[in-house]
Design a protein around this ligand. Structure first.
Ligand SMILES: [Zn+2]
Length: 299
C-alpha cells in the first residue's frame, strides 16, 4: 500500500476535549448541525460518516437503519462506542479512506464534515467514495474554503503569500488544506458526482464577535446567511449537497464488507477475523470488541 497518500492520524488524540468541549465552539457545532439538517435526507437505509471521530454528530442520524462511523483513529472510535454502544445501529470501522472496506454501491447517504481538509489527494478520495455510493443517494460534504473573507483581506494587505482566488488547494499547515469551491466542484464532477445546493457556514467565526454576541443570536444570524451560499461563498466553511453518480447498481442487502486491499467480498467473521477469500491476497482483518479494524492486515 505504498502508493497511498499520507493520512492525518488522530490516534490517541484528545480531540474531543481539546477542540470541542468547553473550548468555545458551541457556535460552530450548532451552525454545522443546522446546515447538515438542511441538506441531509432525514431518513434512509445506510449512512456512513467519513471521519466520524468520537461521534459528535451521531445523534443526527436517528432516521437511518445502519450507521457506519468511519475513522482512521481507533481511539476516537472507542470514545464514540463508549457513549453510543447500546445503539445497535452503529457500526465502528477503522480504516484508510483511500481504500474503503465496503462493497460497491453500499451507502444511501454519505456525510463528511471537518475532515476533507486533511485530504492530501482529494481526487483519489472522491474516486473511492463514488465507488461505495449508492446510485441516487446523497453525499453531504463540508470543506474549508480558501476564498474566505479573512484570507482575501490578508492577501490584499500582503500579510499572506498565497492567493485565495486560484484553484489549487493550499496546505497552510502540514496535512491541513483549504480548497477553492470551484475546484471542489470540478473534482466531484470528474468522478460522476453532481454537486447541487451550497450553504455557507460559520460566517461569524471570529473571536471578538463570539465573545460579545450571545451564541444563540450568532447561530440565528448564521442560519439566515447560510442561504446565500448558492450565490457566493466567502465563509470559512462551505457545505455542499451532492447527488451520487447515477451509474452502477445498488448492492445486495446482505453484502457489506469488502477487502480493502483487493475489494473481494468478505464473508462471516471467524475467531475475531474477517479473512479475504481471494488466494492471491489472503489478508485478514481484526474485529475486536465491536470495532472493525481495517488499518493494517493481520498475519
Ligand atoms: Zn483481499
Amino acid at each position: 500500500m505504498s502508493d497511498i497518500p499520507p493520512v492525518c492520524d488522530y490516534e490517541g488524540s484528545d480531540y474531543r476535549t481539546r477542540f470541542w468541549e468547553g473550548q468555545g465552539r458551541d457556535y460552530e457545532d450548532q451552525v454545522e448541525r443546522i446546515a447538515l439538517r438542511r441538506l441531509m435526507p432525514p431518513t434512509g437505509e445506510t449512512l456512513i460518516e467519513i471521519g466520524a471521530g468520537y461521534g459528535r454528530l451521531a445523534n443526527e442520524y436517528h432516521g437511518y437503519n445502519k450507521v457506519v462511523l468511519f475513522d482512521y483513529s481507533r481511539s476516537l472510535l472507542r470514545e464514540a462506542q463508549a457513549h453510543l454502544g447500546d445503539d445497535l445501529r452503529f457500526i465502528y470501522v477503522a480504516g484508510n479512506w483511500y481504500n474503503m472496506p465496503f462493497v460497491d454501491g453500499l451507502f444511501s447517504t454519505m456525510v463528511q464534515i471537518r475532515t476533507l481538509h486533511h485530504a492530501a489527494d482529494v481526487p483519489a478520495l472522491f474516486h473511492e467514495l463514488a465507488r461505495i455510493a449508492r446510485p441516487h443517494g446523497r453525499y453531504i460534504l463540508e470543506f474549508a474554503n480558501k476564498k474566505n473573507l479573512k484570507a482575501i483581506a490578508r492577501y490584499a494587505a500582503r500579510r499572506q503569500e498565497w492567493s485565495p482566488f486560484t484553484g489549487e488547494p493550499v496546505e497552510f499547515a502540514a496535512l491541513n488544506f483549504d480548497f477553492h469551491p470551484q475546484w471542489i466542484r470540478q473534482q466531484l464532477l470528474a468522478v460522476g458526482f453532481a454537486p447541487q445546493r451550497a450553504l455557507t457556514v460559520s460566517h461569524y467565526r471570529f473571536g471578538p464577535l463570539k465573545k460579545t454576541i450571545p451564541t444563540g443570536l450568532l447561530v440565528k444570524l448564521d442560519a439566515i446567511a447560510q442561504r446565500t451560499g448558492n450565490w457566493w461563498q466567502l465563509s470559512p466553511s462551505v457545505f455542499l449537497e451532492v447527488h451520487h453518480p447515477a451509474s452502477g447498481s445498488p448492492t445486495a442487502p446482505h453484502h457489506f464488507f469488502a477487502c480493502p486491499t483487493c475489494k473481494t467480498l468478505l464473508g462471516a467473521m471467524v475467531n475475531g477475523r474477517l479473512a479475504c477469500p481471494n488466494p492471491a491476497c489472503g489478508h485478514q482483518w481484526r474485529v475486536e470488541n465491536g470495532l472493525y479494524d481495517f488499518k493494517e492486515p493481520q498475519n
